[in-house]
Design a protein around this ligand. Structure first.
Ligand SMILES: [Zn+2]
Length: 129
């Protein structure tokens, strides 16, 4: 019987893991068991993916890969903005990083209004460090 091994290429971890969500809900134990048959540790490193394909073809299995993208790195920049406070003047940072770029309340509008919303926070020029 033809069998398709369903896996997830999780780009945030760099690991290929079994896609064991059953389409009717719950866990698809067949997928999990089949994957564990190839990789008892329960995952395959992305760099070892050719081994996954080789082992699957030895069993006459096809492989269905779903990609789970890593969250964009720019989110980290917004989240790591220093407590919403301007490093130059201590003023509040305004904007949400999604519809408007984060900017110091004292910054000149010319310095940020044309920025992409997810650009780095724009600080004022007062007491620049
Ligand atoms: Zn400022």
């Amino acid at each position: 019987m033809a069998f398709t091994l369903k896996v997830i290429d999780d780009q945030s971890t760099g690991l290929i893991v079994p896609n064991d969500q059953h389409y009717l809900g719950g866990v698809d134990l067949l997928q999990r068991t089949a994957f564990a048959h190839l990789f008892p540790c329960g995952y395959c490193e992305w760099t070892m993916r050719s081994l996954l394909y080789d082992l699957a073809s030895l069993h006459d299995w096809s492989v269905d890969v779903a990609v789970r993208k890593a969250p964009p790195k720019k989110d980290d920049t917004v989240l790591s903005a220093p407590n919403g406070v301007c490093r130059n003047c201590g003023g509040a940072l305004q904007g949400d990083g999604f519809s408007t770029v984060l900017h110091c309340e004292s910054a000149d509008p010319d310095s940020y209004e044309h920025h992409e919303p997810d650009a780095n926070p724009v600080l004022c020029r007062q007491n620049p460090i």
